[in-house]
Design a protein around this ligand. Structure first.
Ligand code: HEM
Length: 501
């Protein structure tokens, strides 16, 4: 935790004085779930390159993103921090540190997430059906409020004036991702209590401090783990989800568009894809399949669920009513059967939502390779931890984002082509390069279809009991969630009409 500053080639980098000696301040913010905001404050003060710990540097520039995440295709290797996410003791695509091993795994499964596969009818119909179930939940909540986030306990509470119904978005994301992974064995947590239990188990994670400690000090963690448990600082346990995934991953007859179908054919070496050398060479077993699909299942719930939750919250604010109206006008002016990805204002709303509230706003750490590298004008020795965080990449560069980077304004994605292109190049919600989000097209389809189904039927406004602080960003291990662990909205049918589901 304490370092000698004299020998470090990083001493000339901008940053607070204490970062030359210690990483304690950074770790304090990690444990308090405020790392992302702390680093952003340092960028605002010191500029796009800032030293955040003796051996760690954060970049908030296009040059930083290009070099760290895109050089040579997929950028630098991941840091050992990703070991925290290993599943069943196996390395998945996400937790593979080395880029060559990663590329091999990615080649065998990326096609299941290609846009062409996502927008095929059997895959897309599943999303549309599930969005219809969320609309039903909205209808059921009329006269009361709907909590779009998940509560620790889902016991519904009522008073005589007000009913609070629970949830739609994380269940929606869970049902959609399991459809894409396992159909016909996907979950139906929007209607089925047992499935909903599993969804909540994997979504509601309070193991941040426990996992940070186990990473930074395994010995101390081991020594005090029993005391920590009594204080409620617990490891993550997901027995229901494990059972579901281990059983489902063994099915050999999942639909052709699913990831499970692809992995099973690789396991049995009977892939039909032409010239499929990678799958013939790949050595995976049944536990690798279970680990990979569990990873994708978890990656697809909080991300899409939280991104939608923050975006719908913002759209519901009086300051954003104008955007809600424009969105509705667009949705109602196009034929209902027009593809969800042909609607420019909907696209702008989603892009702006992901810019302002990226579900993974925090640093994605990578390691400077052998021989060291010069990034954004600074030489960094091999082994230095470097990263960018979407929260800052989406705000610091005022030339790209304009004078109002903190303001939600979908129009910025419809401005002059050159500006829009520049912004798209900086957009980092799904990261960038060969290790960027493989589920991006699926996530965008889920978000756009849900927003289309909801905002062509309802106006949304915040419940009076909600406070701004409830929706402040609170870091988790990799994603962020609303600090108040709730997001209560009211749904009002457009023009007071009866809602057709
Ligand atoms: C709005 C929704 C989503 C956002 C904002 C998002 C964001 C990201 C980001 C930033 C990364 C890079 C992480 C890193 O480098 O540490 C990532 C990776 C990944 N995402 Fe997503 N994601 C979303 C939805 C999904 C969905 C629906 C899936 C479904 C499978 C998914 C699966 C993955 C996987 C497997 C990786 C690892 C990719 C690799 O290492 O090659 N994500 N995502």
């Amino acid at each position: 935790l304490v370092y000698t500053p004299l020998t470090s080639p990083l001493s000339s980098l901008p940053g607070p004085f204490y970062t030359k000696f210690t990483s304690l301040v950074l770790k304090y913010h990690e444990l308090r779930a405020t790392r992302t905001r702390y680093i952003h404050a340092l960028h605002l003060r010191y500029g796009p390159v800032v030293r955040i710990a003796p051996n760690e540097v954060s970049f908030a520039s296009r040059e930083g993103v290009k070099e760290i995440y895109c050089s040579g295709g997929s950028g630098y290797d991941k840091s050992a921090w990703y070991d925290l996410f290993r599943v069943y003791g196996r390395r998945t695509m996400f937790t593979t540190l080395n880029k060559n091993d990663h590329a091999q795994r990615k080649r065998i499964l990326a096609d299941r997430y290609a846009n062409s596969n996502v927008i095929r009818q059997p895959s897309l119909n599943g999303i549309v059906e599930r969005a219809g179930r969320v609309v039903k939940r909205c209808v059921e909540s009329l006269g009361g409020s709907l909590d779009l986030y998940i509560c620790e306990s889902r016991i519904e509470y009522y008073n005589e004036h007000h009913q609070i119904h629970h949830e739609g978005l994380h269940s929606y994301a869970y049902d959609c991702i399991t459809h894409h992974l396992f159909h016909p064995y996907g979950a139906d947590s929007l209607r089925n209590k047992q499935d909903e239990e599993i969804m909540r188990e994997v979504t509601f994670d309070d193991s941040l401090q426990n996992r940070q400690l186990s990473y930074y000090s395994p010995t101390l963690h081991k020594a005090i783990s029993k005391i920590l448990y009594i204080w409620g600082v617990k490891p993550r346990e997901t027995p229901l989800a494990d059972k579901f995934v281990l059983e489902t991953a063994a099915k050999t007859d999942a639909a052709p568009f699913t990831l499970l179908n692809r992995l099973q054919s690789v396991l049995n070496n009977n892939s039909n894809e032409d010239d499929d050398k990678d799958s013939k060479l790949a050595k995976i077993d049944q536990l690798d399949i279970a680990a990979e699909v569990l990873d994708h299942m978890v990656a697809g719930i909080d991300t899409t669920g939280d991104a939608l939750c923050f975006l719908m919250w913002e759209l519901s604010q009086p300051r954003s009513l104008q955007y809600q109206i424009k969105l509705r006008e667009e949705l109602l002016s196009f034929p209902a059967d027009l593809s969800f990805d042909k609607l420019p204002y909907l696209d702008a709303v989603v892009m702006e939502g992901l810019r302002c509230f990226p579900a993974i706003p925090m640093s994605l750490p990578r390691i400077v390779p052998r021989g060291g590298k010069t990034i954004d004008g600074y030489f960094l020795p091999e082994g230095t931890t470097v990263s960018c965080q979407a929260h800052s990449i989406h705000r610091i560069d005022r030339e790209a984002w304009g004078p109002d980077p903190d303001v939600f304004r979908p129009e910025r994605w419809l401005e002059e082509k050159a500006d829009k292109e520049g912004r798209k190049r900086l957009f980092f919600a799904f990261a960038n390069g060969g290790r960027g989000c493989v589920g991006k097209h699926l996530a965008l389809a889920e978000m756009k279809i849900l927003l289309r189904e909801v905002y062509s039927r309802f106006t949304t406004i915040p419940d009076e009991t909600m406070r701004e602080e409830d929706m402040e960003m609170a870091d988790q291990l990799i994603s962020s969630r609303p600090a108040g662990l709730k997001c209560l909205l009211k749904f009002e049918p457009i023009g007071g009409q009866e809602v057709v589901v």
